[in-house]
Design a protein around this ligand. Structure first.
Ligand code: CAA
Length: 257
């Protein structure tokens, strides 16, 4: 792949977008390679958590490629928008938790890709924005839908209609990110969060993510029904047996061997 690197160590896949001359902005080629990288990490039984980051110290992703969009007709914009949205669905529906390690600008489509990740950890230098309206366009990779779900409608309206950048600290205060770390400790912090997840049952993690994702779009009663069915279905699996037995035997569970 030309723009994406994947390194796998200790069950953690670090996926890096490397198109630094355009601040990791995403054209169709980058989108397609990133889809391929995610699909391969999801299929790889050695991978338990995926960390997504950008190369360099300046940008996570500075957005969709503005130069590529400049001459698009509505039909091409539809395909481009769908392609980015497909990628966000692959990330969001990943059965393995995805952590965005936001190492700089997360603008437009870059902010939207981070919103599709399950957890966001920002470097102190990170800057988030949905600046699309400044370009006479709107967010097209899920910003109008996922941002209000994450930070509430009022904040999302302000961010999307104002287009201003917000700092890592401001993002933390409104719940847009889970943690802020110094840039040189960002990957360490992301790996620490990943390791705390890796101690736990992969099936229980997969099903928890599924219940949380589906639960965002249904009524509470439907969500509770979904949860209790999933809760019961895990019983009788080797993983549940190991987790409950390990507690009773006063030892650590071994879920991955
Ligand atoms: N698309 C294409 N190229 C981009 C880019 C983008 N989104 N962002 C930066 N670049 C390119 C610049 O054109 C420049 O390339 P050249 O040297 O060839 O001119 C290079 O990256 C470095 O950028 P700057 O010189 O502008 O760097 P800076 O430090 O002065 O500014 C910045 C950094 C504030 C991030 C500025 O580059 C910027 O505002 N970028 C655009 C951010 C943006 O509007 N993103 C949203 C895009 S729309 C979108 O994403 C739609 C959607 O929802 C799907």
């Amino acid at each position: 792949m030309k723009y994406i690197r994947v390194e796998i160590k200790d069950h953690i896949a670090i996926v890096t977008i490397d198109r630094q001359d355009a601040l990791n902005a995403m054209n169709l080629e980058v989108i397609s390679e990133l889809k391929e990288a995610f699909e391969s990490c999801i299929a790889d039984s050695q991978v338990g958590v995926i960390i997504l980051t950008g190369a360099g110290e300046k940008a996570f992703i500075a957005g969709a490629d503005i130069k590529a969009m400049q001459k698009m007709k509505p039909s091409e914009a539809l395909e481009f928008g769908k392609s980015g949205q497909d990628l966000t669905r692959i990330i969001e529906n990943s059965p393995k938790p995805v952590i965005a390690a936001v190492n700089g600008f997360a603008l437009g489509g870059g902010c939207e890709i981070s919103l599709a990740c399950h957890i966001r950890i920002a470097g102190e230098n990170a800057r988030f924005a949905q600046p699309e309206v400044r370009l006479g366009i709107i967010p097209g990779w899920g910003g109008t839908q996922r941002l209000p779900r994450l930070v509430g409608k009022g904040k999302a309206v302000e961010i999307i209609t104002g287009g201003e950048m917000i700092t890592a600290k401001e993002a933390l205060d409104i719940g847009l990110v889970n943690h802020v770390a110094p840039l040189d400790k960002l990957l360490d912090k992301s790996c620490e969060v990943a390791q705390s997840i890796l101690k736990n049952g992969p099936e229980a993690i997969r099903i928890s993510l599924e219940c949380i994702n589906k639960g965002m779009d249904i009524t509470l009663d439907e969500g509770l029904d979904l949860e209790v069915k999933a809760f019961s279905e895990l019983f009788g699996s080797g993983e549940t047996d190991e987790g409950l037995t390990a507690f009773v035997e006063k030892r650590k569970p071994d879920f991955r061997n």
